[in-house]
Ligand binder design. Structure first.
Ligand code: 0X9
Ligand code: ZN
Length: 407
């Protein structure tokens, strides 16, 4: 009995040791950023892990290791960016969240037929749900098998269609950034709604990819809660992964900062996950009218471009459709998403999926939705937030689809 007890203890300790500890990590929050601060923030964001989308007029949050704390504070001071400590020690909160998720997973088992909105779902559960949904609805649902991730996980999307010829189509992907766990439930809600309503399928064919970065998403469950990138090793470096939202083949720009959270990869579409999505968009360019990437956090509806503040050709239409969507979101519970050009906040990006869909894929309406944050840390909305978030965002996405197809 004693031996059994020791074995169990060892197993528990062993699995706990697999998790990255965030003990001593801090989250700092700046005052709303000024235009003058933005060149520094752009530069700092290549080295430090800024959360959400920094921008003029918005406070920025940055997560730093114990060693990085004095360095970033000195940099902020030098640049006269005032700041405060938002979370003094991330460790206990990450532990608490993990225990809560584990307890809920055991307490709330699910048939793969039904999506969960009362707890977060692991990657395997989500894919099982996609497969089950397709099997149970053969008349309207089909599998969109986009191939394999670097570690061999299946990139499974779903197509929902009434089967009419010549339909326009709309695309949604979620969790291309691994740690943004609040995103997949939004994709699952889209599937639920479109399955239940033939009128939505009359509007367009719907493509939904609930987990666009399966390796990273799985790793954020098994090892490191704040993992953002893919999991492809970088030869010659100990730092693994590429930021998939800098890896698309639109004005892709390389560098050798393998350890950066925004490392763009060794070449455009070096990541099989991005290449798969990109190829799908290119192959379906004739029918695709809308592209939406669902991220967190910031309560933002961002439209192209990310590399310049020069207005995109149909910027007025992009903003108008985004505003219709933001109004529909606000009508539910008052949450006000702000509709912005991605670079208007003077935070610049290259190789993002929305810009690829718009600029290379010729998708007329292209967006990144940054959902609500929440929880003590900001990045970890508790499971109780899932339902209210999907309840308010779904009407916004529905309004966006209705608007873009009517215009
Ligand atoms: O920086 C990103 O990739 C997105 N923000 S996040 O905090 N989820 O990482 C925003 C992408 C917006 N689109 C472009 N900048 N093109
Ligand atoms: Zn993201």
């Amino acid at each position: 009995m004693k031996l059994l007890g020791s074995i169990i203890l060892l197993l528990v300790l062993g699995s706990a040791l697999a998790y990255k500890s965030y003990s001593g990590y801090q989250v700092l929050k700046t005052a709303p950023l000024t235009p003058a601060a933005m060149p520094y923030v752009n530069r700092l964001s290549r080295r430090f892990d800024f959360w959400g989308t920094p921008g003029v007029g918005r406070p920025a949050t940055v997560m730093v290791s114990p060693e990085e704390v004095p360095i970033i504070i000195a940099a902020f001071n030098r640049m006269r960016i005032s700041h405060e400590v938002m979370v003094a020690d991330l460790g206990p909160e990450v532990e608490r969240e993990r225990a809560e998720n584990e307890a809920l997973r055991l307490a709330l088992p699910r048939s793969p037929r039904v999506a969960a909105y009362d707890r977060f779902m692991e990657f395997e559960e989500i894919n099982a749900h996609v497969l089950e949904t397709v099997a149970a609805n053969p008349d309207v649902a089909s599998l969109v098998d986009l191939g394999l991730s670097t570690e061999g996980r299946e990139l499974l999307g779903i197509k929902l269609s009434n089967g009419a010829a010549g339909q326009k189509s709309v695309w949604f992907d979620c969790a291309i950034h691994a740690r943004e766990w609040i995103a997949p439930p939004v994709c699952l809600r889209i599937i639920d709604e479109v399955l239940a309503d033939p009128a939505l399928r009359d509007l367009a064919d719907w493509y939904v990819l609930p987990v666009a970065n399966p390796d990273g998403y799985s790793f954020s469950w098994s090892d490191d809660r704040f993992w953002r990138k893919t999991r492809r090793p970088n030869p010659g470096s100990n730092c693994i992964g590429t930021d998939p939202n800098r890896n698309f083949d639109f004005l892709w720009e390389g560098n050798n900062e393998f350890c950066s959270e925004t490392y763009p990869g060794s070449s455009a579409f070096s990541e099989p996950e991005c290449a798969a999505i990109g190829n799908f968009i290119t192959a379906n360019a004739d029918s695709l009218i809308l592209y939406v990437a669902v991220h967190s956090y910031g309560e933002l509806i961002l439209y192209p471009y990310g590399h310049t503040v020069e207005p995109a050709p149909n910027a007025a239409d992009l903003a108008a459709a985004g505003t219709v969507s933001a109004d529909a979101i606000a009508a539910v519970a008052g949450t006000r998403y702000s509709v912005e050009n991605s670079a208007a906040g003077l935070y610049f990006t290259n190789g993002a999926s929305d810009d690829f869909a718009y600029g290379s894929g010729a998708v007329l309406y292209s967006y990144t939705y940054e959902l609500s944050g929440g929880g003590l840390i900001g990045f970890n909305p508790p499971p109780s937030f899932i339902q209210p978030v999907v309840d308010e965002v779904w009407p916004g996405l529905k309004a966006l689809v209705e608007y873009t197809l009517a215009n």
